[in-house]
Design a protein around this ligand. Structure first.
Ligand code: 6PG
Length: 250
């Protein structure tokens, strides 16, 4: 069969793929309240449709007031129908002040009395490769129980790092190129540390992504991501069948 000849100019260009779905951008002075309301609304929607709410929490500092507010307004949410996962985790014990689990525990999980069976913690305290495999197998089991090829979150919360990272998908790191695995251990040279993180295949399977970005975040960085600058990992969040919302504090 004759080979299709592709002009070299086309063959070498990085394809600029249009975003699957235009992000919905909300700028608000009531950041924590509006983000918490959004999450609660998504929870009720998922429970109404599938009798469960599968949410991945993001880490860092920005989510703290959001989680505290959510714990305050979601007292009548059936948390036993929630499945709470973590988009990434530092490789530290759960009581370490760097732990994303500890931050979520202090602000949301304990105050809202979320039952243990609803929480799937990434074990940052063990070998990163083993922890990533273990978490991936747990997600794969839940996916297979629901007849899904890949575990499908109702909502994944994501933050935005100053270098454009999201979850623990940092610029220039190996995890960015992962196209099969759902959860990996990722060494981050700039931190000289291992992280556990969702990969783009898992993130881009979500029904809805909510970026939670505080008022202090650089507006130019946010605009570069929204413009689809794929040098920034956050710009590669592009769920094939899901929606993306940005909740940006003013
Ligand atoms: C983490 C987060 C990370 C975070 C950004 C923003 O483990 O650090 O998951 O992706 O969302 O670094 O962090 P801040 O909210 O602290 O700015």
């Amino acid at each position: 069969m004759n080979q299709l000849s592709i002009p070299s100019a086309i063959a070498t260009e990085e394809p600029v793929l249009p975003m699957e779905a235009k992000p919905h951008v909300i700028r608000t002075k009531n950041f924590a309240g509006d983000a918490a309301d959004f999450i609660l609304q998504q929870a009720h929607k998922a429970i109404g449709e599938r009798n469960e709410f599968r949410i991945a929490l993001s880490g860092g500092n920005t989510p703290r007031p959001v989680y505290s507010r959510l714990a305050a307004i979601a007292h009548n949410l059936p948390w036993d129908l929630a499945r709470i996962t973590f988009g990434d985790e530092r490789c530290v014990p759960p009581d370490n002040q760097e732990s994303n689990f500890r931050m979520a525990w202090e602000t949301l999980l304990a105050p809202a009395a979320v039952p243990e069976k609803s929480i799937l913690r990434m074990r940052g305290e063990i070998d990163p490769q083993i922890a990533a495999r273990e978490y991936e197998e747990q997600l794969d089991l839940m996916a297979s129980q629901r007849g899904e090829p890949i575990y499908t979150h109702d909502l994944i919360l994501l933050g935005l790092g100053d270098d454009g990272h999201t979850a623990s998908l940092f610029p220039g790191t190996a995890a960015l190129e992962e196209t099969i695995r759902r959860v990996v251990a990722n060494f981050v040279p700039r931190l000289n540390a291992w992280r556990l993180t969702f990969t783009f295949p898992l993130i881009n399977c979500a029904r809805h992504i909510l970026f939670v970005v505080g008022a202090a975040k650089n507006p130019g960085l946010i605009q570069r991501v929204l413009n689809g600058d794929r040098q920034l990992p956050a710009a590669r969040v592009d769920p094939s069948a899901g929606e993306v919302t940005w909740m940006i504090g003013e």
